[in-house]
Design a protein around this ligand. Structure first.
Ligand SMILES: [Zn+2]
Ligand SMILES: [Zn+2]
Length: 372
């Protein structure tokens, strides 16, 4: 059903060249061509490290002009009879992935992951043609967006759009990575990069899952953010303490007799640096699990000793299923998990980007309701 109040044009923040600022442009209103799709008015759009990577053109460069943002939230303004129960006025949160999945490939028929979706839908579909805001499909840095009604989640009552948006990539990614650790309460998990956008949410999720949590970071800003959250996690300054010392500290508490028996059951690597990898690897007990979330272009050096003699297992993790997304929302509401956010008017997206590159902590989010 079309909403007659929808204007003919809208404003969007457009990347016209790599390594250059976004430019505000007036564009025609996007059209809804697929019956599964809905039109939303964007209320909040959150900035992710991947937006910075894409804008640099150095990895997975998107075709230009590009409209980024793959974690956003909005209000439904038009639906069809195949919108899966969504109504005009519903508030929805949108992850970048899961747009136009084929429903027929092996992955769609047998979805993978710790919290798989029902057969017929997988965010890891091989034929999806790219996510919103990451390839040639426009994302949330615009006033209106066409999204797939199957990919969105209803925002829980009482949660603001600016709180929901950063959960769609950062929140879901770290939540799914923690679920992939498959650890019960009382086990030990580490988060490398605990003061960043994903890390500070990870500290909250992990401790509220009942995991004994060690957060590691290096910059004073990030350590400060991690400490002020007061999650009960042990916060470690990697520039002041060696991984081995931290591990021995854990061994003292746990009663491990040798270094091989001391340390974390699992560690999640969020930073791009080899140093973070080595430190996290050093914190693991033998037989532990390393969950990799970052993807620097140069990759990582992996020691064969760690894999063969120390029996370390390594897995990668990219975002999470729709079921995990809904599970995360329930968890967030039940445990009062909150992203630390700093909001910006839409017209000041480039200011947001500058602050991001200057190392601002937490999540930086465009709030469409803010006037400049
Ligand atoms: Zn992201
Ligand atoms: Zn598929």
């Amino acid at each position: 059903m079309a909403n007659t109040d929808i204007p003919k044009t809208m404003w969007a923040q457009v990347l016209e060249q790599y390594e250059s600022p976004y430019r505000l442009q007036e564009l025609p209103m996007p059209t809804v061509d697929d019956p599964n799709d809905i039109l939303i008015k964007v209320d909040a759009a959150s900035y992710c490290h991947t937006d910075a990577v894409l804008a640099s053109g150095k990895m997975h460069p998107p075709p230009l002009p590009h409209i980024g943002c793959h974690e956003f939230a909005g209000t439904v303004v038009s639906v069809s009879d195949r919108s899966h129960g969504l109504k005009v006025g519903d508030r929805v949160a949108v992850p970048g992935r899961g747009y136009h999945v084929c429903g027929k490939c092996l992955e769609c028929q047998n979805p993978s992951g710790p919290v798989p979706d029902d057969p017929g839908y997988s965010v890891y579909c091989a034929n999806t043609g790219g996510g919103l805001g990451v390839g040639d499909r426009a994302g949330g840095f615009r006033e209106y967006a066409v999204v797939d009604s199957r990919q969105v989640a209803i925002i829980p009552d009482g949660m603001a759009a600016v709180e929901a948006a950063p959960l769609m990539c950062a929140g879901l990614t770290i939540y799914a990575a923690l679920r992939k650790c498959e650890l019960g309460p009382g086990r030990r998990v580490g988060i490398m990069g605990c003061g960043g956008g994903l890390g500070h949410l990870g500290l909250q999720f992990a401790t509220k899952m009942g995991l004994r949590t060690t957060g590691v970071d290096v910059t004073p800003q990030a350590l400060e953010l991690a400490r002020t959250l007061q999650t009960g996690a042990t916060i470690v300054d990697a520039s002041a303490e060696s991984a081995e010392d931290v591990k021995r500290g854990m061994g003292k508490e746990d009663g491990g007799a040798s270094l091989a028996e001391m340390g974390l059951d699992a560690v999640i690597i969020l930073p791009d640096s080899q140093k973070a990898w080595d430190y996290g690897m050093g914190l693991l007990k033998d037989g532990g699990l390393l969950v990799l979330v970052s993807f620097p272009p140069e990759g990582f050096h992996v020691s064969a000793d760690d894999l063969v003699f120390r029996r370390i297992r390594i897995i990668g993790s990219l975002i999470g299923s729709n079921k995990a997304m809904n599970e995360m929302f329930e968890f967030v509401v039940r445990n009062d998990v909150k992203a630390r956010i700093r909001t910006y008017p839409f017209a000041k997206l480039n200011e947001l980007v500058d602050d991001y590159h200057a190392g601002a902590g937490g999540k930086l989010v465009v709030d469409m309701s803010l006037k400049q």
